[in-house]
Design a protein around this ligand. Sequence first.
Ligand code: BJ8
Length: 424
Amino acid sequence: MSQDYRSMWAELGLDLAAHDQLLAVLGQAYADIYQAQADRPEAMSYFDFVMSEVHGLRIRELLDARKAGRKVVGAWCVFVPEEIVLAADGICVGLCAGADVAMDEVEKLLPRNTCALIKSSLGFKLGKLCPYLESVDMVVGENTCDGKKKMYETFAELTENLHVMDVPQMKSADGRRLMLNEYRRFLTAVEELTGVEITAERLRQGIRTANAKRRAMHRLYSLRAADPAPISGLDALLINQISFYDDPERFTASVDAVCDELKARNEAGRGAVPAGAKRILVSGCPMAVPNWKLPWIVEGAGAVIVGEESCVGERGLRNLVAEDGGTVDQLLEALVDRYFQVDCAIFTPNPDRLAHIRQMAADYRADGVIHYGLNFCQPYQMEAIPVAAALEQDGLPTLRVDTDYSQEDVEQLKTRVEAFLEIL
Ligand code: BJ8
């Protein structure tokens, strides 16, 4: 890493020694998992580059944008509408939450039996390890699961720029009204932060940019329906993960370049794995960088992941926002129309999620489903039980995996995944 980045990290107040260690672990994991893959699409080199610069060049870009007067907003959840930030010429980025860091400090403030994603979100702040968190003008927390809600109370004491957004728990008329009011309140907060008045034209442009990104990802998802699958699940996950960090227009063009290559691969019958490899749909909790453990195990066992029913995947990016509203109010309604369809397990009841898993399994011709739950994630772990029972009834074998960010259970998971692949 260049000295330039070290002085940048020092200015951001990062703990340089711990950050060096984190980058070393991340770099090693990346080399072991990604660079070890054979026959990757050439256009993945762009995403390799982004990953290698995820704490470097991208942070430099954010800081340069801030110097030029733009504002940066960070979020952990796909309920935060990026379109509103883009409409104010802001930049929306995902915040680090995929690795165990500063756990000793975290467990002084949160119970041990809190999910790894929540602990990690706080750990990156306490350990001064996330350059995104230290580069943003506003952090948006959302009242989704109970663990996150309560963690934000702790987080609020560590930062001055936290905006907490309420999120409905039921898909009722009142729930919809709540979401609309909260998006309106967020729009006002973004206007105040940026000093930009969000007009209908600006909001429509923000929607177009976010939709273009989603369209490119929808194209990627559909290309994975081919047998042999033209891209590994690991590479597809990486692209999904990078969608949270990258400049949206550059990202869209880079996904399209991958898709062009995958289309040619499909036409030539060339796959990332041999035809007939077992096809797996992964469903459940989001996998943030560098959480590649389960896909690495599944694909290391010779199967291929053909879809992610996850917020770092299709749950987070499916459905478009209507672009034709003539007023800010109409466009806000259109945003709610789309985001209200996100079938996160925090909703009760949540039948749409099972319907979506079934649809994805059919579209991508999955041989089986692996339900991925993070330990102590009540919404997804509890929903996994009826979801798995319903899929089994459909004749779709389903494996429930509950894990965390540690490597301690790797051997045990390998054994379970291999046994599952055997029965498919
Ligand atoms: S819309 S999935 S990104 S909330 S794993 S922290 S649910 S205890 S992440 Fe999520 Fe938004 Fe929903 Fe998607 Fe809680 Fe579970 Fe932890 Fe979770």
